[in-house]
Design a protein around this ligand. Structure first.
Ligand code: SF4
Length: 433
């Protein structure tokens, strides 16, 4: 495979909303993780980080010899400026590899107080062009996370014109229907400010839309996409795994996955697929289309490649040229159902222990994704125990259960229910007793 002069293998940067997800991200192949405290980091829900446990996140990063970035990318009001010093000093003392920032005021304070602390410019700044990248470079930023609205061709031109600046690009996850950081829908409909990290996903909702033409037809007419109504603003999710070679040729230093509020299974599965794609790219192998199916094993709103592939439509499959999901505002399970994450294997009993996440029953097959190998294993569930009581079936949310296996499985292996064994293209290797 011929490469451009800008070619490089980008860093894989994963999101984490708690310490467990930090560990899962690293174990499944992330080079770096981003996380942050709710007050300044644009994620106030499903975010367990506080100043006290950020230290443990840094310790995990150092343990795995990986990088960690703290998100400090809210656009705060006056009331949040006093007190920022204290947060900043604690974060700086932990020595993260960078802070991800958007607000010029917070960046100014950070550069004054901690000039050696690297700053990455957040996607919230809507950096769309090389002049803006040069501006951020002039104030000492180390990296710019480009706007989600740029195309790969534009990324490449930015790289050509600013060769000595790190560039990061979102490649996977939910995207806004508005320019990132410029949306007031959540504020308007739910009094929750997306730019303070409290988005209520108003764009995903189902709307009833009426129009009237005053001159010719003054009666209100309902605009309908389905019998239910319309999801006129509900974007599909970004998935650009197929285009990593193009991004590497454009000189991208870091590819980023959205989703600090997503579950551990999402973090592990997405990291695993992108790690594999990057390793294949590094080895000069062509893109493995089987990785698209791997990403169908996590819930999504349907996938498309976003703005990145504008101008490359001939390479985008027909269904992915449509950006809107008109059927459903929520993420939906695709080809697997998350069943659990192995807490530990007990040699005495020969069983794995995990919190059950979906209904499983004796006779079901689950796929097992281990942190230490890419190829999944198949496990047939032949027994389910909870508090020493045998169950034929058990529902998600019932707490810790035990299932026998005939070989040890490492901690943080994920189990995913296969809805129909017939859907498998190979005869299962049965790992359960
Ligand atoms: S409401 Fe939708 S477009 Fe607006 S910030 Fe939230 S996710 Fe983005």
């Amino acid at each position: 495979m011929a490469h451009s002069p800008y070619f490089r293998i980008p860093e894989l940067l994963m999101p984490a909303g708690n310490l467990h997800k930090v560990q899962v991200a690293y174990q499944f192949g992330a080079d770096a993780v981003y996380c942050g405290v709710p007050r300044y980091s644009l994620r106030v829900r499903e975010n367990e980080f506080r100043l006290h446990n950020l230290r443990e996140a840094v310790e995990l990063a150092r343990h795995y010899n990986k990088k960690i970035y703290f998100t400090v990318n809210a656009i705060p009001r006056n009331s949040k400026i006093p007190g920022f010093d204290r947060y900043l000093d604690v974060m700086a003392e932990l020595k993260p590899d960078a802070l991800i920032m958007a607000d010029p005021g917070l960046i100014y304070i950070t550069r004054e107080r901690h000039p050696n602390l690297p700053v990455h410019i957040s996607v919230q700044t809507n950096t769309m062009n090389y002049a803006a990248v040069k501006f951020w470079q002039s104030i000492g930023a180390k990296r710019v996370i480009l706007s989600r609205e740029v195309t790969i061709a534009e990324v490449r031109e930015i790289r050509e014109r600013v060769p000595d600046m790190e560039l990061e690009v979102f490649v996977h996850g939910s995207i806004c229907i508005a320019h990132s950081g410029r949306c007031f829908m959540s504020n308007y409909f739910g009094n929750r400010d997306a730019n303070q990290g409290a988005c209520n996903n108003a764009c995903r909702d189902e709307y009833k839309v009426f129009v009237a033409n005053k001159r010719q037809n003054p009666e209100l007419m309902e605009l309908i996409e389905t019998d239910e109504g319309t999801f006129l603003m509900n974007s599909k999710d970004l998935r650009a795994i197929e285009f990593l070679k193009d991004l590497a040729d454009a000189g991208v230093d870091s590819i980023k996955v959205e989703g600090r509020t997503k579950n551990d299974y999402y973090v592990g599965m997405v990291a695993r697929a992108y790690r594999r794609a990057l390793d294949n790219l590094s080895a000069g192998k062509p893109f493995d289309r089987g990785l698209l199916a791997e990403l169908d094993k996590v819930a999504s709103r349907g996938y498309f490649s976003g703005f990145l592939t504008r101008g490359m439509e001939d390479r985008v499959p027909e269904p992915e040229r449509e950006f809107q999901n008109i059927e459903d505002g929520s993420s939906r399970v695709q080809t697997r159902r998350y069943a659990g994450c192995v807490r530990y294997y007990d040699e005495q009993t020969g069983m794995i222990y995990f919190d059950v996440k979906t209904k499983i029953k004796v006779g079901d097959y689950v796929e097992v994704y281990r942190p230490d190998r890419f190829e999944p294993q198949i496990l047939r569930i032949c027994e389910i125990r909870r508090n020493q009581v045998l169950y034929d079936s058990i529902s998600g949310g019932m707490g810790e259960v035990a299932v026998p296996v005939n070989e040890p499985l490492p901690q943080n292996s994920f189990l995913a229910l296969i809805p129909s064994v017939e859907s498998l293209s190979f005869v299962p290797e049965v790992a359960g007793r």
